[in-house]
Design a protein around this ligand. Structure first.
Ligand code: NAD
Length: 437
């Protein structure tokens, strides 16, 4: 089998490398020449654990290559995957499908008859049908097939998620596309991964429904955390107490500063728009979007209140800038609203993130970027833990206390124990837990 992956970002690069690991010949295409140059030189342009080795071994085996030329990449491909970005369209919250349709046009012009065009990007219901129309319009003489194969991988554990997914969802009307997709995912059949074959529309909607449900679960526990703070309950125990119920499940019940990242914010918004247009409004998801936006904006107030009500002329150390650990992705990260809000309140921000600082520099200015967590704490009046990187879970607290001007800690990821922090002499605040433990 031979495939092309159009778009060599977090999804395209991981999917391409993983398919090549399955034994398929893969050409990864991106129009960003800088990205392709770096990949050809053996560099990986994003941070994703394990991806460098996976790419190196498959390049060496001759199964994985990179090009900026789409027509070269799709030559002889059994399937061409579209894995380009679908950001929020300016102004109305819809998914911007410009890149998807442009890729579909280019693929239709360059691909051979019989090729399956597979949308892996997260796209609203109806996009697959439109890709089919584009294919018929651009290349009426070719028999091009269309499938939807939404991706569920998570940044930070993307390789494992792709190689051992909970399920694979494939939407298509075409028997030929079904055969090709079945052959591509054959290694997963061997480990008994459930594969759902369905219609295009259903596959497309499944991805949005999954993300909206997860965003709802996070937002639910965040609101419960606020209630815990008001009534003196502990959200950690509440989450455990409900999560052990198999109908609820333990995952995605960690209270925090509000969800961010490249998917949940844009996908919940796009789903709300789709539902509005279909005259089947999703009130729960609408509320989730509003509650999460307000929460992210409110986190600075929480930090300021914990620091005594004013940050004027103060210095705040922020640990973690990416939207979650084990990625360098800064898209919609809570830091993007928190850091400027702290600065507006008069604070100087000293920050450290293990992998995200190059990206952070592009959107967060006037920050003192430090080389490690302790350097960030030097002379700071307060410490804010914003992303739960492993290396922040076990800080040398004595050293932290010496470096900080005041032992004030706002832990927005609940990675420390309130009682232990109080015993260690910190004025400690977290999310949804009584501060004395
Ligand atoms: P990304 O921005 O990291 O990568 C997209 C890449 O596509 C870029 O490198 C861009 O240069 C390239 N591109 C755009 N148009 C092109 C064209 N016509 N030809 C060649 N290359 C082109 O995006 P991403 O995070 O990988 O997301 C891709 C899609 O997958 C989105 O729809 C996203 O919602 C979805 N998704 C993302 C994740 C995630 O964790 N990032 C998970 C599941 C699904």
């Amino acid at each position: 089998m031979r495939i092309a992956m159009i778009g060599t970002g977090y999804v395209g690069l991981v999917s391409g490398a993983c398919f090549s690991e399955f034994g398929t010949e893969v050409v990864c295409v991106d129009r960003d020449a800088g990205k392709i140059d770096r990949l050809r030189a053996g560099e990986v342009p994003i941070y994703e654990p394990g991806l460098d080795n996976l790419i190196a071994s498959n390049v060496q085996a001759g199964r994985l290559s990179f090009t900026t030329s789409l027509s070269e990449g799709v030559k002889g491909a059994d399937a061409v995957f579209i894995a380009v970005g679908t950001p929020t369209r300016r102004g109305d919250g819809h998914a911007d499908l410009t890149y998807v349709y442009q890729a579909a046009r280019e693929i239709s012009a360059a691909a051979g008859s019989g090729t399956v065009i597979v949308t892996k990007s997260t796209v609203p219901v109806g996009t697959g049908r439109k890709v089919g129309e584009i294919a018929r319009e651009v290349a009426p003489q070719k028999a091009l097939h269309v499938a939807s194969n939404p991706e569920f991988l998570r940044e930070g554990s993307a390789i494992n998620d792709f190689m051992r997914p909970d399920r694979v969802v494939i939407g298509t009307d075409s028997d030929h596309a079904r055969e090709v997709m079945h052959a591509l995912y054959r290694p997963l059949y061997l480990i008994e991964t459930p594969v759902i074959f369905t219609e295009l529309e259903t596959a497309e909607l499944t991805k949005y429904a999954a993300n909206a449900f997860l965003a709802t679960k996070i937002t639910f526990i965040n609101e419960i955390a606020d209630l815990c703070e008001s009534v003196g309950a502990n959200v950690h125990d509440v989450a455990r107490g409900i999560g052990l119920d198999g109908r609820i499940g333990r995952k995605f019940l960690h209270a925090g500063p509000g969800y961010g990242g490249s998917c949940f914010p844009k996908d919940t918004l796009a789903l709300v728009r789709t539902a509005e247009e279909a005259a089947a409004p999703l009130r729960i998801v609408e509320t989730v979007v509003a509650v999460n936006d307000a929460r992210k904006a409110r986190m600075a107030e929480k930090v300021i209140a914990h620091c005594g009500g004013s940050l004027d002329g103060r210095t705040v150390a922020v640990l973690g800038l990416t939207f979650k650990p084990n990625t360098d992705d800064m898209r919609e990260a809570p830091s993007l609203s928190l850091v400027p809000a702290l600065q507006r309140a008069g604070a100087t921000v000293r920050a450290f993130d293990p992998e995200g600082m190059d990206e952070a520099r592009k959107s967060l200015s006037d920050v003192v970027y430090c080389t490690n967590a302790y350097e960030a704490m030097e002379g700071a009046d307060a410490l804010v833990i914003l992303t739960e990187w492993n290396e922040f879970r076990n800080l040398d607290l004595d050293r932290a206390k010496q470096l900080l001007r005041a032992p004030v800690v706002a832990d927005l990821r609940n990675i420390y124990d309130p009682a232990e922090m109080a015993a260690a002499g910190f004025h400690y605040d977290s999310i949804g837990r009584p501060s004395s433990g």
